[in-house]
Design a protein. Structure first.
Length: 200
């Protein structure tokens, strides 16, 4: 099966919600959305979530920027979202696929080091060997040093936000080269008062 068999567009989308555990959550969310450079993605926010769409490199750049800027406030923050590519009928915002590869937020984000915990699940749809694709990405996460073990319906990643997001992006992009329609869920947390379980 060709990667293009399921829908003609390779636009990547992500719908996410941001949860700062603070009574200033409105100011934090609005401040973060204002600070992030969104010039290379289509973006829309409603009362429940935000959707960003475009090339994978820019969708992940914006998603990481939202999380890092929120976490940099020092508040306990949770970013919860779903990435998707190859959804049949997906087409709105294709103009952003012509953008170059330069990440608009990356240089500013490098000043922030955020210890991050993540649970993610990868779904290569329509592939009989989907488990092999998933296992390959788990091995890549192990090689990066971010994989912390499996859980029911998810795998855990721990480490600096830059390495965790690099692991997520690599898993998603690599899987999308093997499967026509891929989704990936991720719950990402920083500054949690709960004790992190020992890695091993």
């Amino acid at each position: 099966m060709s990667p293009l068999d399921c829908g003609s567009s390779r636009i990547v989308g992500c719908r996410f919600s941001l949860y700062p555990m603070s009574d200033r959550f409105v100011d934090i969310i609005l401040g973060v959305l204002e600070r992030v450079d969104r010039s290379k993605v289509w973006m829309s926010t409603d009362d429940i979530s935000t959707c960003i769409r475009g090339k994978a490199v820019h969708v992940f750049d914006v998603a990481k920027a939202v999380y890092v800027y929120a976490a940099a406030t020092g508040n306990h923050v949770v970013w919860n979202g779903t990435f998707s590519v190859g959804c049949p009928g997906d087409g709105e915002g294709d103009v952003y696929l012509s953008e170059d590869e330069e990440r608009m937020n990356e240089s500013d984000l490098q000043q922030h080091s955020i210890e991050t915990a993540c649970q993610f699940a990868l779904y290569p749809l329509g592939k009989p060997d989907y488990m092999q694709i998933i296992y390959e990405q788990i091995e890549r996460a192990k090689a990066r040093g971010t994989f912390s073990g499996g859980a029911h319906y998810a795998s855990r990643l721990d480490g600096d936000a830059h390495v965790v997001f690099a692991t997520l992006e690599e898993a998603f992009v690599q899987a999308s080269e093997r499967a026509s329609h891929v989704t990936m869920t991720a719950a990402i947390s920083a500054n949690s008062p709960s004790r992190k379980p020992d890695r091993g």
